[in-house]
Design a binder for this molecule. Structure first.
Ligand code: SF4
Length: 336
């Protein structure tokens, strides 16, 4: 099967054009036609001599982007879209409207191999990683349905850093000035802590924001909830995050889901504060939503937040959205 032209960055496309004896500058017209205008006829792209399209055709396909199979809307305005990508690889993306902004949450994989016990996606296991154009298809659906997007988070199904090549390529394509020109600074990539890729991101020229899923401050408890702790222990993940902040003069976001009676005790907030206090960060607190339905905020959520604030940690209590359509954090299960 021929690779889809849409999955190439502009720099990669320029190299292909040069190898075909064509001008690298044609890549800009191809990007405008394909990514901005959604054209799909390779032989008749606007602004491109038909000769160039015909030269690319033996090596590349340009199929229309897949459309979602199912749409669901929540009473709070959240919308969830289910795609069924080739080879039985379902994946979901979510549009989250807030008061003054709209956020798209994209999936990087169909299912996930990380096996976090609280997460519906983890319960599916990994079906496969998504291609660059499958990630772009989710973005285009969210953009069309929302009528405009302010930010983008890779916090849907899958661990983005275990499909980093395709996620990175999607980031570069989406932010290209001849494509959607979506600022990298408005994109956040969330990881459970894949240290080698945190290090790669630190050394890269990408401007995306980093979010790390803490899950639990106690190692044994974290290993029970997020088995990746055994591969990438939290203390080492935090060291990588600290270095990311130092090298990039940036701050990192720590995601912390509050499981009632499990990791929301005063001793947990004290342990967490001790771990992150010296890292330029914000801790996003997320009330737990069980896979089957809404969970919601317990009195401990607010108390936990106040304990962190008193310990000098910046916090944000994330209002959970879309729980009634299983679109909230940890609930994406692709219709299963
Ligand atoms: S929380 Fe994230 S990393 Fe863990 S299983 Fe779910 S999708 Fe995978």
């Amino acid at each position: 099967m021929k690779p889809d032209l849409r999955g190439l960055t502009r720099a990669e496309l320029e190299q292909k054009l040069l190898a075909l004896g064509e001008k690298a500058a044609h890549a800009a017209a191809i990007f405008l036609a394909v990514h901005r205008r959604g054209e799909t006829d390779l032989a008749a792209l606007t602004g491109l001599p038909p000769r160039v399209g015909r030269a690319l055709a033996p090596a590349f396909s340009l199929a229309p982007l897949p459309l979602p199979e199912r749409r669901q809307s929540s009473s709070d305005g959240t919308k969830k879209f289910l795609f069924r990508f080739g080879g039985d690889a379902p994946a979901e993306c979510v549009v989250l409207p807030a008061k003054d902004r709209v956020v798209a949450c994209l999936s990087s994989q169909s299912g996930c191999a990380c096996g976090c016990t609280f997460c519906a996606t983890g319960g599916l296991g990994l079906k496969r990683s998504l291609t660059t154009q499958e990630i772009l298809a989710q973005f285009e659906t969210c953009l069309r349905e929302a009528g405009g997007l302010n930010s983008l988070v890779f916090m849907g199904m899958g661990e983005p850093f275990l499909n980093w090549d395709n996620v990175k390529r999607a980031i570069v394509i989406l932010s290209d000035s001849r494509g959607r020109h979506f600022p990298q600074s408005k994109m956040t990539v969330s990881t459970v802590g894949v240290i080698p890729v945190i290090e790669e991101l630190t050394a890269s020229d990408l401007r995306v924001r980093l979010a790390v899923s803490v899950v639990a401050a106690d190692e044994e408890q974290r290993a029970r909830l997020a088995p990746m702790e055994k591969v990438y222990p939290l203390r080492k993940v935090l060291a990588a995050a600290r270095e990311y902040c130092r090298a990039r003069k940036a701050h990192v976001m720590f995601e912390y889901i509050l499981f009632p009676g499990v990791n929301d005790r005063p001793s947990d907030s004290a342990l967490l504060a001790g771990l992150v206090r010296d890292i330029p960060c914000r801790v996003n607190l997320i009330p737990y939503n069980p896979p089957g339905g809404p969970g919601g905020e317990t009195p401990r959520v607010k108390e936990f937040q106040l304990e962190l604030i008193a310990a000098g940690v910046r916090t944000y209590l994330r209002p959970e959205k879309g729980a009634d359509i299983a679109a909230a954090c940890g609930q994406l299960a692709a219709g299963n």
